[in-house]
Design a binder for this molecule. Structure first.
Ligand code: M6R
Length: 594
């Protein structure tokens, strides 16, 4: 996590860096800071948000600088632990995203050699190592310092009296933004979209020297070329466009996201991966893995693939998969990650690839590390997702999974045609839910009074229950648990009662009657029940305390409409409770540490 930025050009660096940093706060925002090279290196940093830093910091003069917004790993959020960090002389400043595994050992060695440290961070060893190796060549000193480091990093190094920035990456993202006699560096594209749409994606192991007119990239000491790419995301997509929060805007973008994603996939002539090959090699041949919300998409993917391809794929939480040694013979592995930078997912992908598996990435970020590791990539077309809570990216992931399933299924032609028709009607149905959001907001006002909420679902809507609970706890801080409905009576029943509402996700499929029974059981224990059900489902209306009626869809697609409704429920509940919706405490959008 953490966001880093750098600027070298002919404009004042400080306001540019602060503007870029604000766009990276989704990566962490517990503290921030900038360093500007003028006569000396001047640093201003604190445990405050970027906007506030802009208001309280003095004007720092200079056209070269670096900045950082932090998600703490080593040391509490504080002014001292905030980046940039300096060497002993104050002549070298560094911002870092990643984790230095051997920092204790390096720190002890540097202390023995006379260096003094001020912070509790792992990062601070980097400027001290560079200082140690610096004999007039910043690039060489940085390369030597990185040789000593075991860990992940994206760094930007600023040194006094040098008209250059040195940058490097290993297992943490870093991009260069190209301008006219100016260059930008950032953890992610949205940070620089106000200034340029020309980017270069650095590869793992790259070390680059950036001046205002030039970039020179090396890998293992030899010059390498990285192609310039034009970013298709635009500035408006990375702005709130009149919505109070990014999350609400992103929820409302979903009809467009579904349309765009389907249009793109329809245009594509080739399938990026041959899932049928996986079927032919047996039941042990497909693995889906991911973390968080993307894992819930993978769980739904399991139902889709089972239903349409008749393959029962295995699904794994990426961080758990990394401890297994017995699942490496799979023919196809599908790694789902919105950011393409989640450390646990990347580690699993590497492990699978090394074992000879064919790895397919489903990601929203062009040029992300996941897309580089994978043999093939399916891009979701959600556009930049700024809110920490994943919404439209999840829906786009489902679209990718539906498309994979539908285009490669061998179900009969009539059924297939009807599924495709339904799929194309989804944007309109989602729009209907958005148009009626006031009904959901009303339920949210009621829900916001509680401190414990259960979500229940069956079949393909069991993962939706998990996702509904994750969304609610993530942004409203209400304790929420998702359960397969049948499991509730195996323990959680002990917690039911008037103060524990249950959100029941009901689909008109073979799970309907069992859900109805479960709702009655819950009611018998006095828990208030809010049900999500298809419009006109009178049986549910009779038993639930409140029903959020949703448009009728084919059961296979019900996760889409149900999830959109639960996203709105979480959003309005959090709003009612006055939570900082786009930046939930302790969370960051891109989880680049294990
Ligand atoms: O970028 P990824 O899809 O790999 O991220 C995985 C999770 O960190 C992410 O989905 C997280 O759970 C979201 N904040 C949930 O809204």
């Amino acid at each position: 996590m953490c966001g880093i930025v750098g600027y070298i050009g002919n404009k004042q660096a400080q306001p540019i860096l602060l503007g870029c940093l604000e766009k990276l706060e989704y990566r962490g925002y517990d503290s921030c800071g900038v360093a500007i090279a003028g006569k000396d290196i001047e640093v201003y940093k604190d445990a405050i948000r970027v906007k506030m830093l802009g208001e309280v910091s003095p004007k720092l003069n200079g056209t070269t600088g670096i900045g950082h917004t932090r998600w703490a790993t080593h040391g509490v959020p504080s002014q001292i632990n905030a980046h940039p960090h300096l060497d002993c002389s104050g002549n070298i400043a560094v911002v870092h995203n990643g984790v230095i595994n051997n920092c204790q050992e390096l720190k002890a060695r540097l202390i023995r050699e006379g260096h003094t440290f001020t912070s509790e961070t792992d990062t601070e060893v980097i400027p001290h190592l560079i200082e140690k190796y610096y004999h007039g060549n910043l690039e060489e000193a940085t390369a030597a310092a990185l040789d000593d480091i075991d860990g992940s990093y994206a760094i930007i190094v600023l040194a006094k009296d040098r008209a250059e920035l040195v940058v490097a990456r290993k297992d943490s993202p870093l991009i260069l933004g190209l301008g006219d006699r100016e260059n930008y560096i950032a953890s992610d594209v949205p940070a620089i979209l106000d200034h340029t749409d020309r980017v270069v994606y650095l590869e793992d192991g790259d070390l680059a020297v950036i001046t205002r007119n030039e970039i020179k990239i090396k890998q293992n000491g030899s010059d390498v070329r990285r192609d310039e790419q034009k970013v298709s995301w635009n500035v408006e997509e990375a702005q709130k466009a009149g919505y109070e929060h990014f999350m609400l805007k992103e929820i409302h973008e979903q009809p467009k996201v579904i349309r765009n994603t389907l249009a793109e996939y329809t245009r594509a002539t080739e399938h990026p991966v041959d899932l049928l090959g996986a079927r032919d090699t047996g039941t042990d041949s497909m693995l889906l893995l991911a973390c968080g919300t993307s894992y819930h998409a993978a769980m739904i993917g399991k139902y889709i693939i089972r239903e349409l391809l008749k393959i029962p794929p295995r699904i794994e939480i990426a961080s758990e998969f990394n401890y297994y040694s017995d699942v490496l013979s799979r023919a196809v592995a599908i790694a789902i990650t919105q950011s393409g930078e989640t450390a646990d997912t990347l580690k699993a992908m590497k492990k699978l690839k090394e074992a000879g598996c064919r790895v397919l990435a489903v990601t929203n970020v062009v040029g992300s590390t996941a897309s580089r590791i994978a043999n093939e990539t399916i891009y979701t077309r959600a556009g930049p997702e700024m809110s920490v809570a994943a919404t439209k990216s999840f829906t786009a992931q489902l679209m990718a999974l539906y498309w994979l399933g539908i285009t490669q299924s061998r179900i009969d032609a009539r059924k297939l045609a009807s599924l495709l028709t339904e799929l194309r009607q989804l944007p309109g149905k989602v729009q209907q839910i958005l148009d009626d959001e006031a009904i959901i907001a009303k339920q949210a006002r009621n829900l916001s009074r509680f401190e414990n909420v259960f979500f229940i679902g069956r079949g393909i809507n069991y993962p939706v229950a998990l996702e509904g609970a994750l969304k609610l706890k993530e942004i409203s801080y209400i304790h929420a648990e998702g359960y397969a409905s049948g499991e509730l009576k195996h323990g959680p029943f002990a917690l039911l009662g008037e103060s524990s509402p249950v959100i029941a996700i009901v689909s008109k499929d073979n799970t309907h009657d069992a859900m109805l029974t479960n709702i009655k059981e819950v009611k018998a224990r006095r828990s208030p029940v809010i049900a999500l059900a298809e419009e006109g489902d009178e049986a549910i209306e009779e038993v639930a305390d409140a029903v959020i009626s949703l448009p009728r869809v084919e059961s296979l697609f019900s996760p889409v409409v149900n999830t959109v409704a639960l996203q709105l429920l979480a959003y309005y509940t959090a709003k009612e409770r006055g939570c900082p919706i786009d930046f939930p405490r302790n969370l960051a959008k891109s989880v680049t540490v294990e």
